[in-house]
Design a protein around this ligand. Structure first.
Ligand code: GDP
Length: 366
């Protein structure tokens, strides 16, 4: 429900009450100056590095903003935070809706904070949130323990733009969180395809949450997603589901053997656990830390982070070029025309594309 302060009718009542009663009624909840001034870049950086959560949140809001003036500040803040970033374990957590991601992240997070100390940030990549107007992933209400944990920071998925844009913002948020001293980062994503690839390209360990079902466990799981996984965990191994979960685990192990060995040198593991009843959660975290030790020792950890940086450089270029093209005021109306011509068979796709690109490059020269 809206706060009464935001209700026009209520505001009117307050004013009238004051006049009629002959006394001035001051709403005690009314903030004098609700708009805080925007901090400067150095204030942002100083606050973030000190671990000030309000500053971190405000900086993330700028990262997520589509306004060019916000982006300018955000990029400067990110650049200045870069030297303080990198010192974390980044874990991607994926699974179809209902697999138990939020329940699991809540127990995983609480467990890892208790065992290892430090600070945890939970972020998300959910490109579908653009359509549904509001991301579910990373929603605090789904993680009741972490939501009130003093060492946890939960941020739902940025909701504006293409998958590339959403993912870039999440990656930039990782940098800010690390600079603010978060040494454990979870990136949640929904197991449907492309968002996994984006998530995989910004984490050190990619965890796939699966369920034991009926029939062929491997049905419907894209080979590509399985190949990306450093660990597969079968959730809800509790009650009368334990045996089915074990069976699913052995089917996944067999399937993983058929894939070529990963370049990291690590053999992906499969475990069963129950997020809800907190059974076997230690095994999952033992696996992740063994992996991190393993890849730090063989050099894969640093190599992969460098590769990821390179990937994101090209992704940024692609995104900005795409935006520059599609948001060009000359191109925008031409697109519909050329599209219609292609659909009517008047020109081929390639010719239409060439017309548009030629017009764009000409416009860029001006
Ligand atoms: P998400 O959509 O992947 O985030 O899944 P949720 O965490 O919201 O879980 C979906 C449903 O499965 C909820 O009703 C949970 O209570 C239930 N659930 C999650 N983990 C477990 C588990 O370990 N065991 C059982 N039996 N139920 C679980």
């Amino acid at each position: 429900m809206d706060h009464p302060e935001n209700n026009e009718e209520y505001k009117g009542l307050q004013v009238n009450a004051g006049v009629e009663g002959g006394v001035s009624i001051v709403n005690p909840y009314r903030k004098k100056n609700p708009r805080k001034p925007q901090p400067t870049v150095s204030e942002f950086v100083e606050g973030i590095v000190k671990g000030d959560i309000t500053m971190l949140s405000r900086a993330v809001t700028l990262v997520e903003s589509v306004k060019p003036e916000h982006q300018v500040i955000a990029q400067e803040v990110i650049e200045k935070c870069l030297p303080y970033s990198g010192n974390s374990v980044r874990v991607g957590i994926s699974g179809v809706p209902g697999a138990g991601k939020s329940t699991s992240i809540d127990v995983f997070g609480t467990y890892v904070l208790e065992k290892k100390g430090g600070k945890l940030a939970v972020l998300a990549i959910d490109p579908s949130s653009e359509r549904t107007k509001g991301s579910i992933l990373g929603d605090k209400t789904r993680m009741e323990h972490l939501a009130v944990h003093p060492k946890a920071f939960i941020r739902p998925s940025p909701s504006a733009g293409s998958l590339g844009g959403v993912a870039r913002k999440t990656r930039e948020t990782i940098i800010l969180c690390e600079a603010a001293g978060f040494d454990k980062i979870f990136v949640e994503t929904v197991g449907v395809g492309q968002s996994e690839t984006a998530c995989h390209s910004m984490v050190d360990f990619f965890l796939l949450i699966q369920l034991a079902g009926t029939g062929d466990e491997l049905q419907g799981i894209k080979r590509g997603i399985m190949e990306m996984a450093d660990g597969i965990v079968i959730n809800k191994a509790d009650g009368d589901n334990v045996e089915r979960a074990k069976l699913a685990a052995s089917q996944f192990r067999t399937a993983l053997h058929m894939f070529p060995a990963p370049d990291s040198g690590w053999t992906p593991e499969v475990h069963t656990y129950s997020g809800f009843y907190n059974i076997g959660v230690d095994k999952v975290w033992d696996m992740i830390y063994r992996y991190i030790d393993f890849v730090k020792l063989n050099g894969w950890f640093d190599y992969r982070r460098n590769e990821q940086s390179k990937y994101w450089m090209y992704e940024s270029i692609n995104e900005q070029l795409r935006n520059s093209f599609y948001q060009n005021t000359l191109i925008e109306p031409m697109l519909a025309e050329e599209e219609a011509k292609v659909l009517q068979g008047k020109v081929t796709s390639f010719v239409a594309a060439k017309h548009l690109l030629d017009a764009y490059f000409e416009d860029m020269k001006k």
